[in-house]
Ligand binder design. Sequence first.
Ligand SMILES: *[C@@H]1O[C@H](CO)[C@@H](O)[C@H](O)[C@H]1NC(C)=O
Ligand SMILES: *[C@@H]1O[C@H](CO)[C@@H](O)[C@H](O)[C@H]1NC(C)=O
Length: 276
Amino acid sequence: MSNEEFRLLSDHDSADDDEDAESVGHLYTRSRKTLFTAKATSVLLILLTSITFNVVLLFKSHQTTIASSPYLKLAFDSDDTLWWNTEYSSENETEVDALWMRSIPWESGIIAMTNGEAAALDLPESQPWPWDSEKKRIYIINAHHILHCVRNLYISLQEYRHDKNQSVAWPHLLHCLDSIRQDTMCMADDTPRYVPLNAVHGFRPGDGQNRKCRNWDAIQQFVGEHDPCYKYIQPGNKELSNLERFQYCPDDSQYLPKIRQYFGYDESWLPSKDGA
Ligand SMILES: *[C@@H]1O[C@H](CO)[C@@H](O)[C@H](O)[C@H]1NC(C)=O
Ligand SMILES: *[C@@H]1O[C@H](CO)[C@@H](O)[C@H](O)[C@H]1NC(C)=O
């Protein structure tokens, strides 16, 4: 910036400037200063543009930071398309039922993390993992908890539709609904779903609309890498010790001797051959 412009910007300090020089109207009434004013205005404009640009840049980089998931640092970088209905809400009940009952990874989501990993993520204390209680702890991934919940709600609604007794207790169902409510608000997905024009038939709000998602496979991979050897056998059986559900390690697991010893199985017992 030149000295001249600096001087001009501080002109209102001079003695002949007896009126309120900070008023924009004042600047334009002084013909002597018109040229300078034009210059000053453009300098100000450039300054303002530059400041705005920098603020937007700062804001954007901040947004990118907070847009990543808090623990695995997953960004919203996976392409996805919204559909009002998917195969999970198609008209063929047999197919829908099979998907809700078998294709949702509702049994996975429990993980075993080393104390070090948990500390690095600043997680609260959690139950020790049975086969390495000094070194590992159990956690449950929140997204999987929600999948477990929507599956429970599906089961309950199907039982209601077909006049069957409810197999999932009401407090559990209410907890599931409430969890979805909490997570929906916490995640606050701000995608504005478009509303199809009247001329477009058969389309519902958001149909075919692109959006960005986090990479589900990345979460599933993380869960796989922290296998807790858990299988939700005999769901709802409160008599069964939960330890029974933690015996399903891979056949070559280093923990097999411990598991065999605990349950009194002989050397030939393999998790994959367990009938459960
Ligand atoms: C529903 O899907 C099943 C399995 O794919 C199929 O066997 C059945 O014929 C379908 N039912 C109808 C009404 O389309
Ligand atoms: C539902 O539960 C009631 C009460 O526990 C029982 O009498 C009835 O037989 C059950 N019905 C079915 C279809 O299982």
